[in-house]
Design a protein around this ligand. Structure first.
Ligand SMILES: Nc1ncnc2c1ncn2[C@@H]1O[C@H](COP(=O)(O)OP(=O)(O)OP(=O)(O)O)[C@@H](O)[C@H]1O
Ligand SMILES: [Mg+2]
Length: 294
């Protein structure tokens, strides 16, 4: 099972390239697509879901070109769009029935599958209530259920944790981990903690380009010896920020403990610290901005 993205680019009319020369191979497991607003995450996902055509390059599902045979991937695809909307008057059960029919599932099998999925996303008790009264997290769980109706081999979820509270976020993360198994799961986010514990790989996207594709451990290893904790008087914070990438700050009375990402120690008083994925993400973003500006 393999999804190969080869040199894909997308240019919207009257705009620059939203995605360019993007190449990546996806295999079973969770791939976290991490990038800031406007990076091109949704554009890439819509291309993979065959809702948008790339302007250049190609995508192959087990060797089949999506441009020539979009049905090859549509049959095995589950997709939760970023702007997933529900019909407020419908109950969860009615909504899932409706989507199952639209996907052409046989009614009896669909009913069985819907019961299973409601149980999986913990909505069995709420299944007859109108979706309009659901919380953000409950709606996202309905969204995941509809994406799973056809037991997809390729599950694409676009910023599924946006708008969820911390508890719902953790629950959703665990649900996705349970689901991963023998599927390819592609999850986009701009929040590092959404992917650091669950993703087997992280692809970092900025300005429509792929800037890293590695395991979380490899990303951390690449920063080994480059993260420092450095306590400075509050008045020196701005100066430190002008010279270094500051990835965190902790107020300590009149002084501030900075987290600095730099190949060299910023000062004799600084102590080496263990890198975090947040440090790696911020460093890659800074590097990508520098490239874009050059
Ligand atoms: N339909 C469209 N028409 C024109 N431009 C678009 C369209 N969709 C996206 N863009 C532009 O393409 C770029 C990438 O957008 P995209 O939605 O793919 O980013 P994203 O990483 O999903 O961002 P976010 O985190 O805000 O969801 C942005 O500059 C955006 O304004
Ligand atoms: Mg998006």
């Amino acid at each position: 099972m393999e999804l190969v993205i080869e040199g894909v680019g997308k240019k919207y009319p009257g705009r620059g390239w939203a995605l360019s020369h993007f190449s990546l191979t996806l295999e079973p497991g969770i791939l976290g697509l991490l990038g800031p607003n406007g990076a091109g995450k949704s554009t890439l996902m819509r291309i993979l879901a065959t809702l948008t055509k790339p302007s250049m390059g190609r995508v192959l599902w087990n060797g089949t070109d999506l441009a020539k045979e979009p049905d090859a991937v549509r049959e095995v695809l589950g997709y939760l769009p970023q702007d997933f909307g529900v019909y407020p008057q419908l109950s969860a059960l009615e909504f899932l029935d409706y989507i199952a029919a639209a996907k052409g599932l046989e009614p009896r099998a669909a009913r069985h599958r819907i019961d299973e999925l409601l149980e999986l996303v913990n909505l069995t008790d709420a299944r007859k209530r109108p979706l309009g009264g659901f919380s953000g997290g409950m709606k996202q769980r309905v969204g995941i259920a509809q994406a799973l109706l056809n037991d997809p081999q390729l599950l694409i979820v676009d910023e599924p944790t946006a708008g969820l509270d911390p508890e719902e976020r953790v629950r959703f993360r665990n649900l996705l981990t349970d689901l991963a198994g023998e599927r390819i799961v592609l999850l986009s986010t701009h929040i590092v903690s959404d992917v650091e514990s669950t993703a087997s790989r992280i692809a970092l996207i900025a300005n429509g380009q792929l800037h890293a594709n590695a395991t979380p451990d490899a990303l951390l290893a690449s920063l080994q010896g480059q993260v420092w904790e450095w306590t400075v008087p509050a008045a020196q914070v701005a100066g430190a920020q002008a010279r270094y990438l500051v990835s965190g700050m902790l107020r300590r009375g009149d002084s501030v403990q900075l987290r600095v990402v730099s190949p060299q120690s910023p000062s004799d008083d600084a102590r080496a610290a263990a890198p975090s994925l947040e440090d790696a993400y911020l460093q890659l973003l800074q590097a990508s901005r520098a490239t874009a500006a050059a």
